[in-house]
Design a protein around this ligand. Structure first.
Ligand code: ATP
Length: 260
């Protein structure tokens, strides 16, 4: 749970920005292509040169190591990066195997709405027993990755985005654009960031998968009280998601961030 505060943050090509997102708040940003939305998100994540300060609750970014900041304030870029051959190799980050807290398990009033066909969430003990048996039969690296995924919160997370656990064995080169986008979202959430910075998180998805991703993001926001700053070109999406939870909307235009 964390609030995000921008204090005179000045990304490349933009005027200084003061903005506060409460823990669990959703804020949309929009604006013309090239206006600077990605530059704003990248500045918050400290990926580009920028002036000013950003705080996570009361903690200034300048007092935290960059890798810790970027894990806690997670950016989903418009175009995700993939550096290993297999999908599963990108999911071995610390924290993935901590099954004590669901990544985006549904606990609230919308739990039934968010259930997806095939998105079963077996008890950890059952999964652990199955994977222990499988471990004897399949002592390969790929099987080990799969077992780890099945025994961890990744299993329901991937299922909520429409994937079977074997997606972790897939070659990255075969991924479609939309599959990359959904897997990049899963990878981001598996790191359990306290704040989500989303750059066109659903731009490449068909309506059914867009809805899956939207539900997952909303569940994560609620369950983890994560502040969410979401750049979206889709006016229907902003209209659909923001008003129901009082989400504020801003526009980046002519170098400034202004209320939409
Ligand atoms: N490193 C950089 N140095 C200088 N200019 C940059 C840099 N990166 C991006 N720009 C420019 O800054 C402007 C804003 O880019 P940005 O990617 O933030 O736009 P955007 O609002 O996200 O656009 P889109 O909706 O098309 O994704 C663009 O004109 C872009 O060419």
């Amino acid at each position: 749970m964390a609030a995000l505060t921008l204090k005179r943050l000045q990304p490349l090509r933009l005027e200084p920005i003061d903005l506060q997102l409460a823990a669990g708040e959703l804020v949309f940003i929009s604006g013309p292509s090239g206006a600077g939305k990605s530059l704003l998100l990248r500045a918050i994540a400290d990926l580009d040169p920028n002036a000013g300060e950003v705080l996570l609750d009361q903690q200034p970014r300048s007092g935290l190591p960059a890798p810790e900041w970027r894990r806690r304030v997670g950016l989903l870029p418009a175009e995700s990066g993939w550096w290993a051959d297999r999908v599963g190799a990108h999911f071995m980050a610390p924290g993935v195997d901590d099954a004590s807290v669901p990544i985006a398990g549904e606990t609230g009033a919308h739990a039934r709405d968010s259930a997806q066909p095939g998105a079963s969430q077996p008890a950890a003990s059952v999964v652990a027993a199955e994977t222990a048996v499988a471990a004897v039969a399949e002592p390969t690296a790929a099987a080990a990755d799969r077992q780890r995924a099945q025994a961890s919160p990744l299993h329901p997370l991937l299922a909520q985005l429409g994937f079977e656990p074997d997606v972790l064995d897939w070659d990255v080169l075969r991924l479609s654009t939309g599959e990359r986008q959904r897997l990049a979202l899963a990878r981001l959430l598996a790191n359990r960031p306290e704040v989500l910075l989303l750059d066109e998180a659903t731009a490449n998805l068909d309506p059914a998968n867009r809805e899956r991703a939207e539900r997952l993001i909303d569940a994560y926001r609620r369950n983890h009280h994560a502040a969410v700053l979401w750049a979206s070109h889709d006016p229907d999406q902003r209209e659909r998601l923001a008003p129901a939870i009082g989400g504020r909307r801003f526009v980046v235009d002519a170098g400034r961030l202004q209320p939409e």
